[in-house]
Structures are given as structure tokens and as C-alpha cells.
Ligand binder design. Structure first.
Ligand SMILES: [Zn+2]
Length: 80
């Protein structure tokens, strides 16, 4: 979802778009795949802070999120 690189399934992690520690739940619209490096970099950051930290990550998220992430999350990102 974030760096846009391709990985084998076994190399991917499940990422909570809105981190659990920030109230994100386990519903499908809050779960995406991310490589280990991206998931570790994102950790408990606010989503918008993570997206601001890397223009490539931000572009990939905005390109892909519409199909996979709850609309309310995408709307919040666009608003910020
Ligand atoms: Zn990645």
C-alpha cells in the first residue's frame, strides 16, 4: 500500500491504516498489506503524519486507498 513495491505474500504484513493504539479497528476497510519496512516506519504514527513524511508513500496511498480503505478515512486524509 505504501512504497508500491511488489512482495511475495509471505513478506507482507497486515497494517492497520488507523493504528489500533489510535482507535483503529479490525474491519476490512482499515486493513491493508504493507511490507515490513513500511509497517515498521509507520508504527504508531498518525496516518496523515506518515503520509506527510514521504511523497511516494502519500501518492501510493491516495492512488490505492479508494479501492481498499474506508471512505471516511480517505476523506479525513484529504481534508487534512
Ligand atoms: Zn513498503
Amino acid at each position: 500500500m505504501y512504497c508500491g513495491e511488489r512482495f511475495d505474500v509471505g513478506e507482507l504484513t497486515v497494517d492497520h491504516v488507523q493504528p489500533r493504539m489510535r482507535g483503529g479497528d479490525h474491519s476490512p476497510g482499515n486493513l491493508v498489506t504493507a511490507c515490513n519496512a513500511c509497517n515498521a516506519r509507520k508504527a504508531g504514527m498518525r496516518l496523515t503524519d506518515f503520509l506527510r513524511s514521504d511523497p511516494v508513500v502519500r501518492a501510493n496511498f491516495l492512488r490505492l486507498a479508494g479501492q481498499h480503505v474506508w471512505k471516511r478515512i480517505v476523506r479525513d486524509v484529504e481534508r487534512e
